[in-house]
Design a protein around this ligand. Structure first.
Ligand code: PSU
Ligand code: MN
Length: 301
């Protein structure tokens, strides 16, 4: 049922490097029309690292692994496009809906198509105020049972980062900092939390992936957390101040469920004069390139 683009199918079959990219960041995480340029730029960056990009989305009820330019344009331009987490996939398929896929839906579709490496900005996780809302992203549970390597800049800093790290530990998801002993903070190079493991080269990441397979353990993900370069991070004080306002506004407007993350990302962007957007993009760019190099090391290139 899933349509795998020819180029992606051929690369997977031949064991050549492929990097999955999610579409929620394009449709719901970045402002139009810049989102389309970013989507194209990210695909190009994957190619420059010698890998094939596979952006994932659902169009008219059909899951796609690898989009052509026209399909990418639809995802970027369609204001009505839904946000699909993995639980939404059967509903979207059966009703012929179109939607951008979150980390959880993207990871599921990528793994199903044999793609092992995936790049994004920041993962979802446990939201602040969890005791009231029980809002924990479906990303975590899905990564606990999917064999995929996710390159990210940590989890979004709008979340409760220590609680999210604790959940990842409980769920048995492997987490490593890339070139850092600190867990990155999405817009910030350092979330304030440490990581237990540090990996320093794409080859080292590929060895961990091989060890996951060799151990034959329950299928679970590997999170490779690479910080945004410090020079490109959001000013930490500005971050704290604007985020506090955003969380208050979220509560005042009664925003809940799937709308929370896009609302907060947008709030930060508008109240930092776009600086949060630049930090987000710098993080994603770095992650996409690193994912390309990891995919190449994994493919044995
Ligand atoms: N990373 C970004 N921007 C985003 C997201 C990740 O830089 O918009 C998306 C991912 O698709 C992630 C989702 O899965 O946010 C989390 O949403 P929620 O908290 O509703 O699970
Ligand atoms: Mn949520």
């Amino acid at each position: 049922m899933t349509v795998v683009a020819d180029e992606v199918r051929d690369a997977v079959a031949a064991g050549r490097p492929v990097v999955a990219l999610e579409s929620t960041i394009i449709a719901h995480g970045l402002p139009r029309p810049r989102n389309l340029r970013v989507a194209l730029e990210l695909e190009q960056a994957v190619r420059e690292e010698g890998a094939v990009p596979a952006t994932i989305a659902v169009l008219d009820g059909q899951p796609h692994v690898g989009l052509d330019k026209e399909q990418l344009e639809r995802v970027a331009k369609d204001e009505g496009i839904r946000k699909l987490s993995h639980r939404d996939l059967p509903l979207a398929v059966a009703t012929g809906a179109s939607g951008a896929t979150t980390v959880s839906a993207t990871a599921q579709l990528a793994a199903g198509a044999g793609v092992r490496v995936f790049a994004t900005g920041g993962l979802g996780g446990v939201h602040r105020g969890w005791t009231q809302t029980q809002d924990e992203s479906a990303d975590l549970g899905l990564l606990a049972r999917t064999r995929i390597t996710v390159v990210c800049a940590g989890v979004k800093s709008i979340l409760d980062v220590p609680a999210t790290l604790q959940r990842l530990e409980t769920l048995g998801v492997a987490v490593a900092g890339y070139g850092t002993e600190r867990f990155p903070g999405f817009y910030l190079a350092d979330s304030g939390e440490p990581v237990d493991w540090t990996l320093r080269t794409p080859g080292e990441v590929a060895r961990v992936m091989r060890a996951q397979d060799a151990l034959g353990e329950r299928e679970s993900a590997l999170i490779v957390a690479q910080p945004v370069p410090e020079a490109e991070q959001l000013d930490p004080e500005l971050h704290t101040r604007v985020l506090e306002g955003g969380l208050r506004e979220c509560e005042r407007q009664g925003i809940s469920g799937q709308a929370v993350t896009p609302f907060l990302l947008d709030h930060l962007m508008r109240h930092t004069d776009g600086a949060s957007l630049e930090a987000n993009l710098a993080a994603v760019r770095g992650n996409v390139r690193l994912a390309g190099r990891i995919a190449a090391a994994w493919a044995g290139a």
